[in-house]
Design a protein. Structure first.
Length: 198
């Protein structure tokens, strides 16, 4: 029956602890984000496990994690896997465990804001896990205020999923110039997004 997958998803969601990334964006999207963000931000490879209650375990496999705060290419204090803003100041050094907690917390916050401004990503709509992951990844990188005003968000809400996967590639600049690394990242996010296009 057509309603069964959504009903099953709703029942499974009932087991998830509120506030977890998995509760906010769904377990599949949470796993994609917790795997892809470290790869995008630090070049790290990690194994991710999402428990039935939504708790995430992220185990490093290979690659560096930036435990000491550094300045990114446009002079923003950054740590761990691309964390910026509140609590990230030059001179601080974090542990891997602190970075993992902060990453999940920041992704949950970003995911909550993305879901609030993008009803077209609702968990009740099947086949949106990868689009949701691409949208949250973009918002994590450019900020949710920018994402929530974006053409990508408007297109998702209008059901124009394929077009939305292309418009996310427009965010390829830092410091006023096109950056090759951002062009490549947006290309990977676009490819992920397009996997949900029928």
């Amino acid at each position: 029956m057509p309603g069964e997958p959504i009903e099953a998803a709703s029942a499974a969601r009932g087991l998830l602890k509120k506030g977890t990334l998995a509760f906010i964006v769904g377990p599949a999207t949470a796993a994609l984000l917790l795997t892809n963000i470290p790869a995008e931000e630090s070049g790290r490879k990690v194994d991710v496990t999402i428990a039935k209650d939504g708790a995430a375990t992220v185990k490093p496999v290979s690659g560096p994690q930036y435990l000491k705060v550094y300045l990114d290419m446009v002079g923003v204090a950054t740590a761990c896997d691309g964390l910026t803003g509140k609590g990230i100041k030059m001179g601080l050094i974090f542990t891997e465990a602190q970075c993992a907690v902060m990453l999940e917390s920041r992704l949950a916050e970003t995911g909550q804001e993305v879901m609030a401004c993008t009803p077209g990503l609702a968990l009740t709509i099947p086949g949106r896990d990868r689009v949701r992951a691409a949208a949250v990844s973009l918002a994590y990188n450019v900020g949710t205020p920018t994402y929530c005003k974006s053409t990508m968000r408007a297109q998702i809400n209008a059901g124009q999923i394929k077009a939305s996967c292309t418009s996310l590639t427009w965010f390829n600049r830092a410091g006023g110039r096109v950056v090759d690394g951002l062009v490549k990242r947006r290309g990977r996010e676009q490819a992920l997004c397009l996997m949900d296009v029928a």
